[in-house]
Design a protein around this ligand. Structure first.
Ligand SMILES: Cc1cc2nc3c(=O)[nH]c(=O)nc-3n(C[C@H](O)[C@H](O)[C@H](O)COP(=O)(O)O)c2cc1C
Length: 416
């Protein structure tokens, strides 16, 4: 099994496991970490120390070692789509399984973490949203509901009287923090910004590995300066919500390729590429660009363990996957998905200003529920990245194995 470490040029260098001594220890290392579930034991620490002495590597920047995983694959945390079952299957296959609890109430989030723990003793990853409070603007919200009213009426429904803020933001969320500190998932990541410095310190003190998501260099620098362990480079190709910190700042819309290279060059913390990566060749490309792992979301939606509806799966595996675009009209924040009727209607030039996240979500969820009740399936959320057309449907463990062998095959295609 190869293990990775940064080379002198900042790019990852692969240390092949052909030297028997190193490989044995590396494999033991992975298992020990996995068994400990992120909590290091004394024998584990001694073993890692001896291993590092043997191979002459004392650097602490190796992401796979840090995360305790065997292969540089992170299954993206996808709120509403990634399930504990998916995370269990992925983690048991040697990658990092994840869940998104950014929209979950605390009890539901705790239950999901416990379910993962009951199915694997390997590391896994939990993602939280750090959305700032929505601005109240009743005039704007009323205009939005008025604009959507004819669509509600078409399904024999009426719009809600006002928009409700259903945010489960981690910002200032002491109850969620207490739950996370009690449950201590091995890895936690943040979307839409970062929590307060004292919250980061409390999570770090609890031994939790912390990851931030950046769509540009400025946000990535904030993540590094805040002392997080790694950064996700989320390119414009990515499915789901963009992790933008500041919605008022102009969005450079950098692709995964350019952003990965930029962050690998400018930062000292490990980079995880995300966006449009659908197979082992894509992962190998990210590693060649300087990332230490890739985070794949859309690629895992077709797995039977995901919570995707039949409509969603059909769309992903059919011609709809060819057309993904960004919309802020569904939730109030820009996100990429396969085009549905709602996205087409709200892209009209006469559409009014979109309410803030997550107020817009309330209107959208009410309307899509009314549409579904009336038998219309063209209102469902179908987040997906630009690689949607490359989607496959297979059990998650099989997908991880396939990605691994594709990665090896891709490496051999690169001439010396
Ligand atoms: C259905 C779906 C839901 C997502 N939900 C989340 C989430 O809850 N938290 C998060 O940090 N990222 C979320 N993302 C974004 C992913 O973390 C990742 O950036 C993205 O999936 C990478 O692009 P890809 O889909 O092309 O692989 C989601 C993506 C998708 C497709």
């Amino acid at each position: 099994m190869p293990s990775r470490s940064p080379g002198g040029d900042g790019l990852p260098r692969t240390i092949r496991g052909s030297s028997i001594g190193n490989t044995t220890v590396a494999e033991r290392d992975g298992r020990l970490r996995a068994t400990a579930g992120g909590h290091k034991t004394l024998p584990y620490t001694i073993c890692v120390f001896l291993f590092r002495l043997m191979v002459g590597r004392m650097d602490m920047g190796d992401l796979l070692e840090l995360l305790g995983i065997e292969t540089p694959i992170v299954q993206a945390p996808m709120a509403g789509t990634a399930t504990p079952k998916l995370a269990i299957a992925v983690s048991n296959a040697g990658a990092l399984g994840s869940i998104g609890i950014g929209t979950s109430p605390v009890d539901q989030a705790r239950a999901a973490i416990r379910e993962i723990r009951s199915g694997t003793d390997r590391p896994f990853h939990v993602n939280l949203f750090c959305d700032p409070p929505a601005n109240e603007n009743p005039v704007r919200d009323e205009a939005w509901l008025e604009f959507l009213a004819p669509q509600f009426h078409a399904f024999g429904a009426v719009p809600p009287e006002s928009l409700v803020d259903t945010s489960q933001s981690f910002l200032g969320n002491d109850v969620m923090l207490a739950m996370i500190l009690e449950e201590r998932p091995p890895v936690v990541s943040f979307h839409f910004g970062l929590p307060e410095a004292e919250v980061l310190a409390a999570l770090k003190n609890a031994g939790i590995i912390l990851i931030g998501c950046a769509t540009n260099l400025e946000d990535a620098r904030v993540i590094e300066a805040a002392g997080l362990d790694a950064v996700i480079a989320q390119g414009i190709e990515a499915g789901g919500h963009r992790g933008l910190f500041d919605l008022d700042r102009p969005d450079e819309k950098l692709g995964t390729f350019a952003l990965t290279r930029l962050l690998a060059r400018e930062l000292t913390i490990p980079v995880i590429s995300a966006g449009g990566v659908m197979d082992g060749a894509g992962i190998a490309a990210c590693l060649a660009l300087g990332a230490q792992a890739a985070q794949l979301g859309t690629a895992f939606i077709g797995c039977p363990e995901s919570a995707a509806s039949d409509d969603y799966r059909r769309a992903l595996l059919g011609p709809d996957g060819a057309s993904t675009t960004h919309t802020a009209a569904i939730s109030g924040r820009p996100a990429r998905g396969m085009v549905n009727h709602f996205m087409r209607e709200t892209a009209r030039p006469d559409a009014p200003e979109i309410p803030d996240y997550p107020l817009a979500y309330h209107a959208y969820k009410s309307l899509s529920a009314a549409a579904l009740a009336a038998g219309n399936h063209d209102y469902g959320t179908r987040w997906a990245g630009q690689g949607a057309m490359l989607s496959r449907s297979m059990p998650a463990a099989e997908l991880v194995e396939t990605l691994k062998s594709e990665m090896s095959a891709a490496r051999t295609r690169i001439p010396n």
